[in-house]
Write a protein that binds this ligand. Sequence first.
Ligand code: SF4
Ligand code: SF4
Length: 440
Amino acid sequence: MGDSWPPDGETEGNASKNHREHSSSMPPGGSDWPNAFARQVRMIAMAVATDAAAGWRVERPNLLADVLRYHGLEPDRVNAVATTTDCDNTGQRVCLVRRHSLPARVNPDPESPILKMEHRMANSEPVLLLGDFPAITRSAVTTLQVNLGYVCNQTCFHCHVNAGPNRKESMGRETVGDVLAFLTRGGVRTMDLTGGAPELNPHFRDLVTRARALGIEVIDRCNLTVLGQPGQQDLAVFLASHRVAVIASLPCYLEENVNSQRGDGVFEGSLSGLRALNALGYGHPGSGLELNLVFNPQGPELPPPQAALEADYRAHLGSRYGIVFNRLLTIANMPINRFAKTLARKGEYNRYLTMLRQAHQDANLEQVMCRSLVSVDWQGFVYDCDFNQMLHIPLAAAGRPRSHIRDLDPASLAGGTIAVGDHCYGCTAGQGSSCGGALA
Ligand code: SF4
Ligand code: SF4
């Protein structure tokens, strides 16, 4: 925490007067003090301008950490950020220049006044280009990622969805119909089902059955323990009989690490799920039943090289538990929702974002998943990817600031601008990261 300002002995009650008296001396950078007029506002000095001709400064305040530090609150989202000019009674001249950008955690609801203001300022297409991540555009859309809802039987600490047993959001029958209609319009070859635990949606099996009848490849992002949930004992058989590819989370081959990230007993439950899938042929060469495992780091670091780690997984899971699988996919933790809060609580949020940014590889830009995938939420609204969905950054198309799947044709999406932000460095850092694992 920075030095407090005004110095000791100057109280909130006379702050207005005190600031005027201190107009000849600036508060030190990093200091903070009560606002003269509003008790819920905290003033923070980012830096001190010692040389007026020194040029522009770029400041990257961590709003989430600041709210946590000064107000003791952990907001799920930021609905708006106000930028104002105010010299706080110091008698100084102030000037505000606003860039066409918003912090990654701002909720750009198309109806919000702040988004409309951004549109007016940009006077261009209603897509937010956030932070300084390079601009990218979409190629042909071949995969539809469907988030069936945020209900999950687990509450993993790295979850970018904030999923859990108490969530209520779940895709309804009508929206499932909209998804199937979208698939019939052509172009999409793969439907990638995610959540929460997608299998807990009551329409999961109907959606899978009807999509497979259309000739669509189906991927189920399975947390493994759901296979042992009440009412799901026949789930593995259902998946196998519909030739559904399974991508299963297993963030380590060591019990202690899995349980510390995903909850007590999850490792054992995951092994049970893997054994059930293996018994049906999943993961065995030539079976045609694909079983890929997903690794993500325990904390704020990048995944290790994918091929070497896959060899370790294969050796350990094979020799110790007799488990087989096809591929290991390494995925970076995204600084979103529960993982972002954990970072902020530990004071590591900025360091993690800086690490991702410094590890950025331009070569990964060509293969980030949003080039060929769009994501639909439980209500049918469409996003460039599941991460943008969680950040409430909508996909703009056909002249609309946000799009519903019932109004979209896959072919019309090619060439569209992708809404990027600082979180996107999680996809391009190091060997890269996508729903299909490393990019490099
Ligand atoms: S990471 Fe997956 S399994 Fe864990 S809480 Fe989130 S959706 Fe559920
Ligand atoms: S988070 Fe990754 S997939 Fe999503 S828009 Fe950014 S680069 Fe694309």
